[in-house]
Design a protein around this ligand. Structure first.
Ligand SMILES: Cc1cc2nc3c(=O)[nH]c(=O)nc-3n(C[C@H](O)[C@H](O)[C@H](O)COP(=O)(O)O)c2cc1C
Length: 161
């Protein structure tokens, strides 16, 4: 099962979190995950992916315009895939939640199945998606890893071929 991780990153925080998503997802047997910047998207891989994670920095309390532009202009068909999100921010309360909810709205419009694990697996909860302050403390990074592993596990179980 392929999992694509598409991110926008200018100063590498979101890129580092994207790499941790890959690490977490690949803990699940049979999962091949690949992270890719919006500037270098492997379209063939995304087309084959069952899950697409979208990672964004928080810009003025929401997701970045670069990510919005990529989603608005990409010709890749996202409908029917599971969509998950993660965001980085500089400050606690800096708007990452709204960035994620806005991104999730976009995924719904695209026809994706939005998924966050939520409170479904107990602590630590992932309310809307993973959040890191900059590239995250060790604890935040561990939550990212677990989030990705849980998504991979649950999608593998629930969305059989
Ligand atoms: C234009 C701009 C707006 C930003 N707005 C916010 C913000 O509203 N809240 C916040 O916590 N951080 C804000 N930041 C900080 C970034 O979200 C944060 O540094 C992020 O981790 C950068 O990701 P990157 O290193 O992947 O580019 C902003 C940064 C820029 C460049």
């Amino acid at each position: 099962m392929k999992i694509a991780v598409v991110y926008h990153s200018e100063t590498k925080n979101t890129q580092k979190v994207a790499d941790i998503i890959v690490e977490g997802a690949e803990k699940v047997e049979g999962v091949e995950a690949k992270s890719m910047s919006i500037d270098q998207v492997d379209e063939a891989f995304v087309n084959e992916a069952k899950v697409v994670f979208f990672g964004t920095p928080t810009y003025a309390g929401t997701y970045s315009w670069q990510m919005k532009k990529w989603i608005d202009t990409s010709k890749i068909k996202l409908a029917g895939k599971v969509g998950c999100v993660f965001a980085t921010e500089n400050f606690l309360g800096g708007g990452a939640d709204l960035a994620e909810l806005s991104l999730i709205g976009m995924l719904l419009v695209k026809g994706m199945f939005a998924y966050s694990v939520g409170i479904g697996e107990g602590l630590p909860y992932t309310h809307f998606g993973a959040v890191c302050i900059k590239d995250g403390t060790e604890e935040q990074q561990e939550r990212v890893r677990l989030f990705a592993e849980r998504v991979a596990n649950n999608v593998k179980k629930s969305f059989k071929e």
